[in-house]
Design a protein around this ligand. Structure first.
Ligand SMILES: [Zn+2]
Length: 242
C-alpha cells in the first residue's frame, strides 16, 4: 500500500484530535483553529529560573488545554502528541542564539512501577522525537531511579519535593562522562527539583554543560518574574556549570 493511502486509511480509522480540546481534526494536525490561537506559549527568550547551573528551554505553560493535553499524552500514550510537543520543543531550542551543539540527549527516568503501569515513558518518547529533529543521539541509563514510589506531583511543598527528588534519583555505577554537553528532557517542569537532582547527578558523573528541555512549565510567580534576565549570546557562551 502506498504511503499516502496508508496515511489516509490510518486517519480514517484513528482521526487526530485537537491536543487541547479533543475536537476531531479530519485533516490531521494537532490543534483546532481556536486552540491554536490561544495556546499558552512561553514568550521566546523567557527561561524559568533554575539555579544554579541548568538552562531550561520550554515552549508552553502547563495550564488550560495544555494541561489536559499533556495529561492525555501521559496517560493514553498518544505518540502523535509526542511528535507535536517535541516539534514545539525543537523550535524553541533552535531559536536560541548560540545554542550549544549537544553531544547527547537523555531524559528523566520513569519510576519503574509507572513504566510497568503505562507501558511507556512519556519523557523517553519526547526524547526520541527530539532526537530525530535535532539529530542528537539519545543515551539512556545515565541516571537511575531508586524505585521510590512517592510521586513528585503528589507533593506541593518545595522542600519536600527537593527531598523526594534526592530519594528518587541516583547515580548509576559505571557511568563516566567526559565533559559532554547534555540535553536533559522531561515532559513538565514543576518546581525544578527533579531537574536539579538529575542535572547534579549528570554533573557528578562528568557531564559538561547541561540544558533541560521540557514541553511545558507550571506557571509559578517566581518563574515569571519580569526580572528574569533574557539570554544574550554572551550569556549562552558563558553557559556551563556556574
Ligand atoms: Zn481545540
Amino acid at each position: 500500500m502506498s504511503d499516502p493511502l496508508r496515511e489516509r486509511l490510518l486517519r480514517l480509522l484513528f482521526p487526530h484530535k485537537c491536543f487541547c480540546c479533543t475536537a476531531l481534526l479530519p485533516d490531521g494536525g494537532y490543534l483546532c483553529p481556536a486552540c491554536a490561537k490561544t495556546l499558552p506559549r512561553i514568550e521566546p527568550g523567557r527561561f524559568p529560573n533554575l539555579p544554579p547551573f541548568v538552562r531550561v528551554a520550554a515552549p508552553l505553560y502547563y495550564k488550560d488545554g495544555v494541561r489536559q493535553g499533556i495529561h492525555r499524552f501521559k496517560y493514553d500514550g498518544r505518540s502523535y502528541y509526542a511528535a507535536f510537543l517535541a516539534g514545539l520543543m525543537a523550535e524553541r531550542l533552535l531559536e536560541i542564539p548560540g545554542l550549544p551543539r549537544f553531544d547527547l540527549l537523555t531524559y528523566v527516568p520513569p519510576a519503574p512501577h509507572k513504566l510497568r503501569q503505562r507501558g511507556f515513558c512519556p519523557a523517553g518518547m519526547l526524547a526520541q522525537q527530539l532526537s530525530r529533529r535535532l539529530k542528537i543521539r539519545v543515551r539512556d541509563g545515565l541516571i537511575g531511579h531508586t524505585e521510590n514510589t512517592v510521586a513528585q506531583m503528589t507533593l506541593s511543598d518545595r522542600l519536600e519535593r527537593e527531598a523526594n527528588a534526592r530519594q528518587s534519583f541516583a547515580g548509576v555505577r559505571g557511568v563516566r562522562l567526559h565533559g559532554e554537553r547534555i540535553l536533559l528532557v522531561d515532559d513538565v517542569l514543576t518546581t525544578g527539583s527533579t531537574a536539579r537532582r538529575c542535572a547534579s547527578l549528570l554533573a557528578r558523573a562528568g557531564a559538561g554543560e547541561i540544558w533541560m528541555a521540557a514541553a511545558a512549565v507550571v506557571p509559578h510567580q517566581e518563574w515569571e518574574s519580569p526580572d528574569m534576565p533574557r539570554f544574550s549570546e554572551k550569556d549562552v557562551e558563558r553557559a556551563g556549570i556556574l
